[in-house]
Design a protein around this ligand. Structure first.
Ligand SMILES: C[S@@+](CC[C@H](N)C(=O)[O-])C[C@H]1O[C@@H](n2cnc3c(N)ncnc32)[C@H](O)[C@@H]1O
Length: 212
């Protein structure tokens, strides 16, 4: 997916993926990660999701990144926090003691910029990307987070009936991307009518790092 595609979506406010409240599956399943208060949760391709405010309210430190300056500016306004702003390479970094937000390309983010990540929350990040980018995404994510455990929310449907995004990601594909590093557990699945056109299954996955 080209960057312009997403910049156009944000400029024209065509952001059907954005929900006006924290995701019910985040609230229901986040505790499976067993994090202590103060742990750092990385939210790749975060948009301006209300999930971030929910994670902050639970006492976690949050790191988010999105390509769109509009998304991150809206998020900053919603959060009502004051940030310090720095340019780091090609990224803009907004720092607050509880949350770090980056504007720019996820693939430009380094492990040094992230520092310690205790868990990853992926909602509509992997499935936002076309097939040829998903391998690159999962490899980069694993590398910069040292395979931190994940709560991952994905969709599965007949890709012949609808072009993404969001793209369909089946279990076999998750296994291809992640089984080398992670145990992969399906926590829940529920059907939804995607864009009024196709029945899609929303899956919640818990990924835990394989012990050596
Ligand atoms: C489907 S949206 C999901 C947003 C958010 N996770 C949510 O649940 O609302 C995908 C987001 O990924 C961002 N994005 C796409 N490609 C990106 C990239 N290479 N680096 C950073 N963000 C990217 C888009 O701007 C968009 O906000």
């Amino acid at each position: 997916m080209q960057h312009d595609f997403w910049h156009d979506k944000w400029k024209s406010n065509h952001i059907g993926f954005h929900q006006d409240q924290p995701h019910s599956l985040l609230i229901k399943y986040f505790s499976c990660l067993n994090l202590v208060k103060g742990a750092t949760v990385f939210v790749p391709l975060c948009g301006k999701s209300h999930d971030i405010a929910w994670l902050l309210e639970q006492g976690y430190h949050v790191i988010g990144i999105d390509l769109s300056p509009i998304a991150i500016q809206d998020l900053i306004v919603d959060l009502g926090l004051t940030f310090e702003e720095h340019q780091v390479g090609t990224l803009i970094h907004y720092h607050h003691s509880q949350i770090d937000l980056f504007v720019g390309d996820f693939f430009a983010l380094t492990s040094a910029q992230l520092d310690q990540v205790d868990a990853i929350y992926d909602r509509a990040a992997l499935i936002a990307l076309p097939e040829q980018m998903r391998k690159q995404y999962t490899q980069h994510l694993s590398k910069i987070t040292d395979q931190a455990p994940q709560l991952l929310i994905s969709l599965e449907y007949d890709q012949m009936l609808l072009a993404g995004p969001p793209f369909s990601v089946a279990e076999y594909e998750l296994i291809q991307h992640y089984a080398r590093d992670y145990d992969i557990d399906l926590l829940a699945s529920s059907p939804e009518n995607l864009k009024g056109k196709v029945i899609a299954y929303e899956h919640v996955w818990h990924l835990t790092k394989l012990s050596i």
